[in-house]
Design a protein. Structure first.
Length: 161
């Protein structure tokens, strides 16, 4: 799925958000993410959670899974800024949308994480048009094999049974 959006001014929490999960993000994303996010106002509200392929989660004593952070792979595409306006070139970068279970943003705002500061490297400004391509769709409601094993080991029921 592809969706257009525009770079928007964030609420200055991206650095804190990435810092809280930084060690886990390094492991899951296989890179060191920039400690900040690029906020994109999408043209329509999208529940991004079903597209998540990675998660920062934990299993409670009763076997229930709690997801703190959904990590959604996307390709981000935008116009390259150049002084020669006759040439229209595009840049495409593999990034991730991160979404907390209890996000401060509505579903029409995506917080983008990448291994570089996108605003500084590419001169992105508030209002610049961005296209996001969601790379997969995964049903996150299916019970995880690990969760089932923990439940079986401790004789627990709940959370998807």
């Amino acid at each position: 799925m592809k969706v257009k959006g525009h770079v928007m001014r964030g609420i200055s929490r991206g650095a804190d958000l990435v810092s809280v999960y930084y060690p886990r993000l390094i492991h899951l994303m296989k890179c060191k993410p920039h400690k900040g996010t690029l906020d994109v106002k999408m043209e329509k509200a999208i529940d991004t959670r079903p597209y998540a392929t990675l998660f920062v989660d934990r299993i409670l004593m009763n076997g229930d899974r709690v997801i703190n952070l959904y990590i959604i792979p996307v390709n981000m595409r935008f116009k390259k800024k150049s002084e020669d306006s006759s040439k229209e070139e595009f840049i495409e970068i593999r990034c991730w949308i991160i979404r907390q279970e209890r996000s401060v943003h509505r579903d029409d705002v995506a917080e983008i994480v990448c291994d570089q500061n996108l605003k500084k490297k590419y001169g992105l400004d508030d209002g610049d048009e961005i296209e996001l391509e969601f790379l997969s769709k995964k049903n996150v409601k299916k019970d995880n094999v690990v969760i089932k094993s923990v439940k079986r080991l401790y004789g627990l029921r709940g959370g998807g049974d």
